[in-house]
Design a protein. Structure first.
Lengths: 489, 103
């Protein structure tokens, strides 16, 4: 097989990210210098982000049967790289107080980002599998990184066992599909799935979807999410909620909406997915009511948000659906980065836990008014209040569900409305805490000059984007056309 | 020759192994045995790939098996590191000992 210059150029973001992980590894081996290793990692990821532009110049390219680099994959590559970069930025100040080896965190983060990029351009079950595992295996390490905290160990064990089980289920599903069609390429399996839905194919497809639903933490498979979010260090939580989810969702949509659209017309699959979407919305919003830990609340909130995204996938169709979920995911990434960012700015890895209890946030407005404002903005956006980005995302979901014209469409719409109403209550509950009277003593405090660090600046930018997208969504809607253009092949 | 064995038999064997592994993950409380059960699940998926590959006379199934082995090795490495940490902290391999988070 010949490998042309154009194909190499199209694969540039992935190549640069992988090269960065090797470089970071070598520079750690050479000298454990925190600032220098951070610099290497940041430069590499920034170069990869810039190279997305050059990769876009060569147009859609199929690079080996494994990858396809088109507008769709490049949009999500950019989003994953931006989220990875933001998480690396958050790590920098957070991990300074960590007693043990600090630098490997950057290495694991880069490898996980590379896995995400592989998934965003995957066009074959082999590349899906490799990308998913590059991502998951490095996340095992990241979740348990602050191993001096008891909760981190518990979170890592739970994540390892459940994620590995999900991977095995997913693999078995792929093997069953492969045994019937004799191909692992999406484009060859996709058209046959609908015409030839034998029981064994249905079982395989169901196992594949169960595996993916585990990684996306959709409702009956969501049990790990709050525990892992709570136990993982806050910047890793940011990465889990953004880059990891975006990558898995991008490949799920590529398979279900762009290649195997017939799979959604199989009644059993459609009804199950619709029920999963409704259950995720309800479970995520209702269980968040009882929580007193902001990281757990964000975990439940992500379950609910991926329920909304599943509604978009089921009702939007390949044109509106791709546009809508590209916009929704971008909004969700920006919002999550800013909310996890505030928690990270207040915490230090050296302490025995993060500043994640609601009473740690109590009276934040009277101590760090700007930080409290950023948190308020991101919570409003998660709740979907107008003039913040979250409203635009919810608007897409509701339009898709309303135009779907079927009883499932109305049922999902009802779940969205009920879920949003409950959601606003628990987001407001966190918000009220920010403005209560300042307690006499508090354990956690953001540094005074938090806005002058790169991590503080990143959180500021993310919150500014939340407001900007909410007030002036035109820019995002134009950007989303990149992904959509590829959707209508 | 594997040709003499129908593919369905191979898949059924893989399915039985997979169920055994899944049951092990659900029932066992010892982290070491949970990891072993996961390994069984992974390998049963690998077996299904090899069987399917031989039906279509393609090397793809065996290549996927090599990927599965690589993954199983990487996961075992991390899993055993966690086993050590768990034993250090609780002097037991019972995963329920470490389960504090609720809700």
């Amino acid at each position: 097989m010949t490998f042309t210059v154009q194909q190499f150029q199209a694969l540039l973001p992935l190549v640069i990210t992988c090269a960065t992980s090797v470089l970071v590894m070598l520079s750690i081996a050479w000298r454990r210098h925190h600032a220098f290793n951070t610099l290497v990692c940041m430069l590499g990821l920034n170069a990869a982000l810039v190279s997305v532009y050059f990769a876009a110049q060569v147009g859609p390219q199929a690079v080996t049967p494994l990858f396809i680099v088109d507008g769709y994959s490049l949009f999500f590559t950019g989003l994953i790289l931006a989220a990875g970069l933001a998480s690396v930025t958050l790590i920098n100040t957070y991990i300074d107080s960590f007693k043990y080896n600090r630098e490997e965190m950057y290495l694991l983060m880069t490898i996980a980002t590379a896995g995400g990029i592989v998934m965003a351009s995957a066009h074959h079950f082999a590349s899906l599998f490799i990308g998913l595992e590059l991502l998951s295996v490095s996340l095992f390490g990241l979740v348990g990184y602050s191993f001096h905290r008891p909760r981190a160990l518990e979170a890592a064990i739970k994540y390892l066992v459940l994620s590995a089980t999900a991977s095995a289920v997913l693999l078995f599903g792929i093997a069953l599909i492969y045994s019937q069609f004799g191909s692992l390429a999406f484009s060859e399996i996709g058209p046959q799935l609908h015409e030839d839905a034998r029981p064994i194919v249905l079982i395989g497809l169901a196992m594949l979807l169960i595996g993916l639903a585990f990684k996306l933490s959709l409702a009956p498979f969501h049990l790990w999410t709050p525990d892992v979010y709570e136990g993982a260090p806050a910047p890793v939580g940011a990465f889990l909620a953004t880059a990891a989810k975006v990558a898995v969702f991008a490949v799920t949509v590529r398979f279900l909406l762009l290649e195997a659209i017939g799979a959604l017309q199989i009644p059993a699959i459609f009804h199950t997915l619709a029920a999963i979407a409704i259950a995720s919305i309800l479970v995520g919003n209702l269980l968040a009511l009882r929580q007193n830990n902001i990281k757990r609340i964000l975990g439940y909130s992500s379950i609910a948000h991926f329920g909304y995204l599943l509604v978009l996938l089921l009702t939007g169709g390949p044109v509106f659906g791709v546009e809508g979920f590209a916009a929704y995911l971008t909004i969700y990434v920006v919002t999550s980065l800013s909310s996890f960012g505030v928690v990270t700015l207040m915490s230090k890895c050296g302490q025995d836990r993060d500043a994640d209890q609601l009473h740690d946030l109590r009276g934040l407005f009277w101590r760090r008014p700007y930080l409290a404002t950023l948190m308020t903005v991101s919570l409003l956006s998660l709740g979907g209040i107008p003039l913040t980005a979250g409203f635009i995302g919810k608007f897409y979901v509701i339009v898709a569900a309303m135009t779907f014209q079927s009883s499932w469409g109305w049922a999902m719409l009802a779940a969205i409305v009920a879920g949003s109403a409950v959601g606003i209550y628990f987001y407001l509950r966190v918000m009220v805490n920010l403005y209560l009277a300042k307690p006499g003593m508090h354990k956690f405090e953001a540094q005074l000059g938090w806005g002058q660090h790169t991590s503080g600046l990143m959180v500021l930018c993310a919150s500014a984007l939340v407001v900007y997208i909410g007030v002036y969504p035109e820019t995002l809607m134009q950007l989303v056309q990149i992904a959509k253009a590829a959707g209508v092949q | 020759m594997l040709e003499a064995i129908p593919m369905e038999h191979g898949l059924a064997l893989a399915g039985v192994l997979f169920s055994l592994g899944l049951a092990g993950v659900l029932i066992r409380r010892n982290l070491l045995f949970i990891l072993m059960s996961i390994e069984i699940m992974m390998n049963s998926a690998g077996l299904a790939f090899v069987v399917a590959g031989s039906r279509w006379h393609q090397p793809d199934g065996q290549i996927m098996f090599i990927f599965v082995l690589t993954l199983a090795a990487a996961e075992a490495a991390i899993g055993l590191a966690l086993v050590l940490q768990l034993y250090h902290r609780y002097h037991s391999l019972d995963v329920d000992a470490a389960s504090e988070m609720r809700g």
